[in-house]
Design a protein around this ligand. Structure first.
Ligand SMILES: Nc1nc2c(ncn2[C@@H]2O[C@H](COP(=O)(O)OP(=O)(O)OP(=O)(O)O)[C@@H](O)[C@H]2O)c(=O)[nH]1
Ligand SMILES: [Mg+2]
Length: 450
């Protein structure tokens, strides 16, 4: 790349990173630590048979509710851009992922699946692929750069035929993808739609803490007394379901202020934004805590590998010495008998000419215990005794062979790379995590108090 262009690219990258909020930077940095090509934690963990999940850079908010409850309008209000079609007709027929990006763009089902690999199971649900899409918006309003909304088809009872299994797909998203599930009940339409209640009950069973209920389009509810009545009705209906019968049922009343209707009704729409912020903060803390845990898990796995290697090495050393010992004995026993056989059987002349007088005397002296053994053994058993010596020799050699089995050990290069990786996760990544935590806390406490 020409120097001028390089400078420009660097400049725009710097500009992009300078426009990121501290929280965005923290989540992106955490994500980078996991996915980097060779030094990424996912890759390191994989080599140790540990499966780590890639931390997400954004939280996911799933919006569900009856048809025309105001789900899409809420997203448009949050994003401050008309990304989603709204209206009284059944507007949203499939799933739309609304997320922030560098360029305004609409993606089809296939492109969506490429972008969000973790949504792949949705593809296996018949029909969903044709009814899912992504809207990328450049908006940076509120906390949108850290949020991905999933707009869902309006739920209705009766004859309405969905082109895919709407219940199953919403349940899958709620159970596997969403950090927050907003349920919108509106006062006008089918507030008590059975399909909505069934899905809500099912999701509440496992993820009650993710679920937040809102009385949407509250400005349409008429007078305060009417609104109270509608609320009572909805809460009563919800409480009829055993899974939803919880004390302290909260249902803030919200409406989109920009629609221009004058209403004296209290608008708690800011509570929704606060809920999103709360979840973002919890996600950042969880991600940083998880980073620490994952580093410890990796370091522990490396320590364990090194411990096993040390153990194998000392086992191998013991095995080697055992093998040597058995082998030496195995050879020593027949050699001594052979030497004794020669010392006694060969004539003095032959021995003197090969070993000399002193050598012959020594040979006879040192092998004399074997001669005493021979005299102690009755003559008729000499062959048996010899057989016994042969068996003993075989046993000793067999033991030497069996002791030669060693355990596998790590190669020098592999061991070095394990030590480097342990050093990397324990010092570099953990200190990076400390720095990111500091950066995160500085936003709320301030630098001077830390
Ligand atoms: N007065 C008022 N009208 C609203 C509010 N929110 C949405 N609406 C209107 O309600 C109608 C339905 O809104 P949508 O956002 O399309 O509803 P939805 O839940 O996405 O509907 P489906 O996509 O069909 O499920 C539109 O005409 C909106 O203008 C609100 O807070 N107050
Ligand atoms: Mg909609």
């Amino acid at each position: 790349m020409p120097e001028k262009l390089k400078g420009k690219a660097r400049g725009s990258a710097a500009l992009a990173s300078s426009t990121l909020s501290a929280n965005e930077k923290i989540l992106q940095e955490c994500n980078r630590l996991y996915v980097e090509e060779t030094t990424g934690l996912i890759e390191i963990a994989k080599s140790l048979d540990i499966k780590l999940l890639e931390p997400r850079k954004k939280i996911t908010v799933l919006l569900i509710g009856n048809h025309s409850a105001g789900k899409s309008t809420f997203i448009n209000w949050y994003v401050e851009e008309h990304v989603q079609r709204t209206g009284v007709a059944i507007e949203t027929q499939g799933f739309t992922i609304v997320t922030s990006g560098r360029k305004r763009e609409s993606l089809t089902g296939n492109a969506t699946m490429h972008l969000y690999q973790h949504l792949k199971p949705l593809q296996d649900m018949k029909g969903v692929i044709d009814y899912i899409g992504t809207e990328i918006s450049t908006s940076k309003q509120k906390k949108f750069s850290l949020v991905t909304f999933i707009d869902t088809p309006g739920l209705v009872d009766g004859d309405m035929k969905y082109p895919f299994d709407v219940n199953e797909s919403i349940l899958w998203l709620g159970n596997n993808i969403a950090d927050l599930i907003f349920v919108f009940f509106d006062p006008i339409g089918q507030a008590l739609c059975k399909r909505t209640l069934n899905i809500v009950e099912n999701l509440c069973d496992k993820h009650a803490e993710r679920m937040k209920f809102y009385l949407s389009k509250a400005d349409e509810a008429g007078h305060e007394s009417d609104r109270q009545r509608v609320m009572m009705q909805i809460v009563q209906e919800l409480c009829k379901r055993p899974n939803l019968n919880r004390t302290g049922f909260e249902m803030p009343t919200i409406y989109v202020p920009t629609l221009g209707k004058q209403s004296r009704c209290v608008n708690q729409i800011e509570e929704v934004c606060k809920e999103i912020e709360k979840t973002i903060n919890a996600t950042i803390q969880n991600t940083l805590n998880q980073l620490e845990k994952d580093c410890t898990e990796i370091a522990d796995a490396i320590n364990e590998k090194l411990r096993i290697d040390d153990e194998a090495r000392s086992y191998n050393l013991r095995a080697k010495s055992r093998r040597c010992l058995f082998f030496m004995f195995g050879l020593f026993v027949p050699m001594v008998f052979l030497a004794n056989f020669l010392a006694v059987g060969l004539s003095d002349d032959i021995l003197h000419s090969t070993l000399g007088k002193v050598g012959t005397a020594n040979l006879r002296h040192y092998t004399s215990p074997v001669s005493s053994i021979w005299t102690a053994v009755p003559k008729t058993y000499h062959w048996h005794f010899l057989g016994g010596v042969a068996v003993l020799t075989l046993i000793l050699l067999l033991l030497a062979h069996l002791s030669s089995k060693t355990r596998p050990t790590l190669g020098r290069r592999l061991k070095k790379s394990l030590l480097e990786r342990r050093e990397y996760v324990q010092s570099k990544v953990k200190s990076k995590k400390e720095a990111l935590y500091k950066e995160y806390l500085q936003q709320s406490i301030g630098a001077q108090e830390m």
